[in-house]
Design a protein around this ligand. Structure first.
Ligand code: GAP
Length: 470
């Protein structure tokens, strides 16, 4: 598919997300809160689709990975054992003049990037967010909001091993919220203080770790490209030894070319036996695996593909966003006048006078709405059939379906295009009267090609199923 835009304007994307109910600023009526975001009706569908696509690929389609859903709050010792209580920090400096704060490792110059003022000496700032369990707010009742979901997997290693009788290699996958008191959140949902992770801890025999690391690098890169990310916008970057986390022997990041530059989507680390050994030491429990071949107890090594739901979702949005010339006749004759175009900033023409449509070419598995049912107009002859088609699709289709009858058909096509709706089913006058060859038929319009085909209503569910499931 040809894309017309070279770079996506983040302001336009953020505004589209708000306007169309994908993503709103968190606590919007109170003026927002520290780079937190809420997913709206369409955004929550999109987010579910991202998570479902991941779960399908790493749990359902494999026979060596099982799922888990551990609590967000964990015993405080967890974070002492994992090293987070002590060492999950970022280096922070503050400007002595404007008091803006920066991550020391993100600075290009020794002076304040905002006002040129003098900076304080760098100090370590903990990213761990605290809360209290029970009525008394003292240190005995203090717990942390997890900064990664991974530790919920490690502390359940023995439970899962015992209950599933798995043999190495095998993995445990989990999706869930994590919290970090980031010094510099920003770039929309790229870096926030509350976010969701999709993590796998894949347990292998020591010695097989490097080979499995390679396996997961390829698998995870493929997941993004299978879901439509253009390969030229993805790259693998190996961590420099000085960047490695305290638990890692080797790490690669999958990075995406965001409008502001390359940014991490997912880290794939070789965590060795660090976590299991530390939890065994701090809990006093045995966390190991009996190898029937060698008759020895071993502590498995761990390969960890750890991605962010929100970052993946942002990459899918950016990669899918396009502004392209409108096709003549695509609802244009019904789409209203120049006035409508002038009132709607997103329908303004290209410099040469050409009209543009904004479209999200999201992968079918990700698109928040699969099918929209649109009566050509609000004419009372069309509504009963259109409503009936809508109801049939909702009940038989098992996809997300919308009904839209507000404004001209051209504008409704544009509205559906800009949220990535795959197919528009239009009920027009040929559906309800006139030529016997077309009575009882509707059109299916394809989002990407804008082509329309006419199908009899009784064949509609199968026709859509074939398109949506191919
Ligand atoms: N368990 C390993 C781990 O948590 P990480 O590289 O710190 O590793 C993994 O985080 C992924 O979680 C990142 O690649 C990113 O997609 C996501 N992530 C981390 N911090 C984030 C933040 N503040 N906002 C949004 N996503 C974040």
């Amino acid at each position: 598919m040809i894309r017309h835009l070279q770079t996506v304007d983040m302001e336009k994307l953020v505004s589209l997300c708000k306007r169309r109910g994908l993503i709103y600023p968190g606590s919007d009526i109170y003026g927002g809160l520290g780079s937190l975001w809420d997913y709206g009706p369409l955004g929550s569908e999109l987010k579910r689709n991202v998570k479902d696509a991941w779960w399908r690929a790493v749990v359902w389609q494999r026979d060596d990975v099982v799922g888990l859903d551990a609590a967000i709050l964990m015993h405080p010792q967890t974070w002492v054992a994992s090293g987070h209580a002590e060492g999950f920090t970022d280096p922070l400096v503050e400007c002595k003049s404007c008091h803006h704060r920066f991550r020391t490792d993100h600075l290009q110059t020794p002076a304040c990037p905002d006002c040129g003022g003098e900076l304080t000496a760098s100090r370590q700032f903990s990213l761990m967010l605290k809360t209290f369990l029970g009525p008394v707010e003292d240190t005995a009742n203090q717990v942390w909001l997890r900064p990664e979901t991974a530790q919920g997997i490690f502390v359940n290693f023995q439970n899962v091993l015992t209950t599933t009788r798995r043999k190495l290699p095998f993995g445990i996958a989990q999706i869930g919220k994590s919290f970090r008191n980031e010094i510099t959140p920003g770039n929309f949902i790229f870096r926030t203080r509350e976010f969701e992770q999709m993590e796998i801890e894949y347990f292998v025999k020591p010695g097989a770790d490097e080979q499995w690391h390679q396996h997961w690098l390829q698998e995870r890169m493929r997941w993004y490209t299978d879901l439509g990310i253009r390969p030229e916008n993805l790259r693998l970057r190996r961590h420099d030894p000085t960047e490695l986390a305290h638990y890692a022997k080797d790490t690669y990041d999958i990075e995406y070319r965001f409008p502001w530059g390359w940014g991490e989507l997912e880290g794939i680390a070789n965590r060795t036996d660090f976590d299991l050994k530390r939890h065994a030491e701090f809990s006093g429990r045995t966390l190991d695996y009996y190898d029937e071949e060698t008759k020895e107890h071993i502590v498995p090594y761990v390969i960890e593909p750890s991605g962010g739901v929100d970052r993946a979702l942002l990459a899918f949005l950016v990669d899918a966003y396009d502004e392209e010339p409108e096709l003549k006749g695509d609802g244009r004759s019904d789409s209203g006048d120049e006035g409508a175009r002038r009132r709607d900033p997103d329908r303004s023409g290209a410099p040469g006078g050409e009209r543009l449509r904004t479209v999200l070419h999201l992968h079918p598995a990700l698109a928040p709405v699969k099918v929209a049912v649109l009566p050509l107009s609000r004419n009372e002859k069309l509504a009963p059939t259109a409503r009936q088609v809508y109801q049939t699709l909702r009940q038989r289709g098992r996809w997300s379906v919308e009904y839209d009858d507000a404004q001209s058909i051209g504008r409704r096509y544009r509205r559906q295009d800009e949220v990535g709706t795959l197919y528009c089913v239009t009920v027009d006058f040929k559906t309800v009267e006139g030529d016997p060859d077309t009575i009882g038929t509707v059109t299916i319009r394809d989002r990407d090609t804008m082509e329309q085909v006419r199908v009899p209503i009784p064949e509609l569910v199968d026709a859509l199923k074939e398109r949506l499931e191919r």
